[in-house]
Design a protein around this ligand. Structure first.
Ligand code: SAM
Length: 235
C-alpha cells in the first residue's frame, strides 16, 4: 500500500476536526479574564489563560457550567467538604468554589498534569487564595498520592475531561480509585459531547458508577450546546 492509499491516522489535536467532531474552543492569546457568574460571585474571579502549557490553559465551556452549578446549588455543603478537582486546567471550577464559599474547613486541591502546575499556582495567587487552595500533580491512571489518600476527597469536580479517547480508561481508573478511598464521595462531572466516542466514556461510567443527570435551571440552554451535567456515585 502506498502513502496515497493509506488513510491518515486520526491524530488528536484541538485543530484536527473529524466530520463528527464539533469545533473545540478557538485558540485565544494569553490574557487575564474576569468572571462573576451572573453576579453569583460578589467579586469576580480572575483567571489567567495561556495555552502554552496545554489545552487546559484556557476556559472550557463545561468548566463554566460546572463552576456556576456548584455556586448556585451547593455553596453551603461545600464549606465543610473535602474537595478535589481533576483536570483543573487553570482551575476555574475549584477557584470559583474557593472564592464563593464564606469559609472552607479543608484545603481544596486543584490537580492536573505537571505542565499545568504553574498556571494553577498563578491563578491561586491572582485571587489571593493561597490559604484555601493547593495545586498538585495528579496524572489519571496513576496511583493516588499519600496526600490525596489522607485528604479523602468527598466532593470531586471534573469538567471537560472527556475529549481524548486514549485517556478515558485512565480517567475512569482514577475516579474508581477516589471512590474506593471515600465510598460516600460525589463526583460532579460536566462534559461537552464533541464526538460520538465521548458517549462511550459515559457508557463505561454507567457500568461502574451510578450516573445521574442533575437538574440545573440553565440546562435548557447548555444542553443545546451538547453539555451534560452528572453526578457519579458508588453503585
Ligand atoms: C479540556 S481541559 C479542561 C480544563 C478545565 N477543567 C476547564 O473546564 O476549563 C482538560 C484538562 O485535563 C487535563 N488532563 C488531560 N489528560 C490528563 C491526564 N492523563 N492526567 C491528568 N490531567 C489530564 C489537561 O491537562 C487539561 O487541563
Amino acid at each position: 500500500m502506498d502513502d496515497k492509499e493509506r488513510s491518515p491516522s486520526p491524530e488528536f489535536s484541538p485543530l484536527a476536526f473529524g466530520e463528527d467532531l464539533a469545533p473545540l474552543p478557538e485558540y485565544k492569546a494569553a490574557g487575564t479574564t474576569e468572571v462573576d457568574f451572573s453576579g453569583l460571585l460578589g467579586e469576580p474571579l480572575k483567571l489567567h489563560e495561556d495555552l502554552k502549557s496545554g489545552c487546559g490553559g484556557q476556559l472550557w465551556p463545561a468548566g463554566m457550567v460546572l463552576a456556576k452549578h456548584m455556586l448556585r446549588y451547593h455553596r453551603e455543603r461545600l464549606q465543610s467538604a473535602r474537595i478535589l478537582e481533576l483536570g483543573a486546567g487553570g482551575g476555574v471550577v475549584g477557584l470559583t468554589v474557593a472564592k464563593g464559599c464564606a469559609r472552607l474547613d479543608h484545603p481544596l486541591y486543584l490537580t492536573d498534569m505537571v505542565e499545568m502546575e504553574p498556571l494553577m499556582r498563578q491563578n491561586i495567587s491572582l485571587n489571593g487564595l493561597e490559604d484555601r487552595v493547593k495545586a498538585r500533580v495528579l496524572n489519571w491512571g496513576e496511583p493516588l498520592s499519600q496526600e490525596v489518600l489522607e485528604h479523602k476527597p468527598n466532593i470531586i469536580l471534573a469538567a471537560d475531561c472527556v475529549y481524548f479517547e486514549p485517556a478515558f480508561p485512565l480517567l475512569l481508573q482514577t475516579l474508581q480509585d477516589l471512590l474506593a478511598v471515600e465510598p460516600s464521595a460525589t463526583i460532579f462531572f460536566c462534559f461537552k459531547k464533541r464526538r460520538r466516542a465521548d458517549m462511550q466514556f459515559l457508557k463505561a461510567a454507567r457500568k461502574t458508577f451510578t450516573v445521574t443527570e442533575i437538574e440545573d435551571e440553565d440546562r435548557p440552554v447548555f444542553s443545546r450546546d451538547c453539555l451534560f451535567l452528572y453526578t457519579f456515585t458508588r453503585k
